[in-house]
Write a protein that binds this ligand. Structure first.
Ligand SMILES: [Zn+2]
Length: 259
């Protein structure tokens, strides 16, 4: 078989990715509109076209599930592939003059041939905060959209003109009515739902009574570390932040290793 034109392929169908039973990616022939992710070995990303045959032994599974099986760098590459496809799909026309755009040959840019405006991929910064009260308690909140029992951390998007610390203070005050102090950066995680960069902070309770923003949350409480409710799954930054407070483990991997 001629393997020269084969690429490791991220094939997405919305938020699902094509993998085999061991969560490996398929090797497929290059196509004209493939988005190039990496050169050696060649890695590409492609939107699944309805009616296209699915290779034997492969199936679509939600990318969130891969967090549990893949290493962090693997998930980050999948997340990058997903976000680049989404960016390309959403920038087919120039946002300045409305003409059809063209993909730049050597960089990730959708460029307008009429007015030369370029649209680059964007990330949306989102702060997530673990708030401690004393040595033994953390604040956890239940999302109003969550019908299960899982509690997570206070999080929200950074607004234009804000520092990250401002966003941490504002989101905490808006969502749970508390004032916090000693805000410290911990780590970050790209989160492709749809194109966020999660920025993790820790902070200490300073003052106020819990008053939840009912549109966003259905409950928020300080929980003792040995009596936590159901928390976010392993692989999410919220999980790593909670483990950091309980066991002192690092939130970010300092070493990058492929499987
Ligand atoms: Zn234009």
């Amino acid at each position: 078989m001629d393997t020269d034109n084969l690429s490791i392929a991220y094939i997405f169908q919305q938020q699902q990715l094509l993998v085999d039973a061991n969560f490996n990616l398929p090797c497929l022939k290059l196509q004209e509109h493939d988005l190039h992710i990496q050169a050696d070995p060649q890695v590409i990303a492609r939107d699944f076209q309805e009616g296209e045959p699915i290779p034997n032994g492969y199936q679509f599974i939600p990318i969130r599930q891969l967090l549990q099986y893949w290493t962090k760098p693997q998930f980050e590459q999948a997340s990058r592939a997903f976000q680049l496809l989404e960016w390309r799909r959403n920038h087919q026309f120039c946002s300045r003059c409305g003409h059809k755009t063209q993909q730049h040959k050597t960089e990730y840019s959708m460029t307008c041939p009429v007015c030369n405006f370029s649209q680059y991929p964007r990330v949306n910064p989102c702060v997530i905060t673990i708030i401690r009260r004393g040595e033994n308690e953390i604040l956890l909140a239940k999302s109003a959209r969550n019908t299960g029992q899982m509690y997570s951390l206070v999080a929200g998007f950074v607004e234009v003109g804000e520092t990250l610390e401002d966003a941490v203070r504002r989101e905490t005050l808006e969502e749970v009515g508390l004032h916090i102090k000693n805000i410290q950066y911990l780590a970050s995680q790209p989160w492709p739902f749809p194109s966020n960069l999660m920025l993790a902070f820790k902070a200490e309770y300073e003052a106020g009574e819990i008053e939840i923003q009912e549109k966003e949350l259905s409950d928020a409480q300080f929980f003792k570390l040995d009596q936590l409710p159901e928390i976010p799954f392993k692989g999410s930054i919220a999980h790593a932040m909670i483990m950091h407070v309980i066991h002192g483990t690092p939130v970010a991997d300092d070493t990058k290793q492929w499987l």
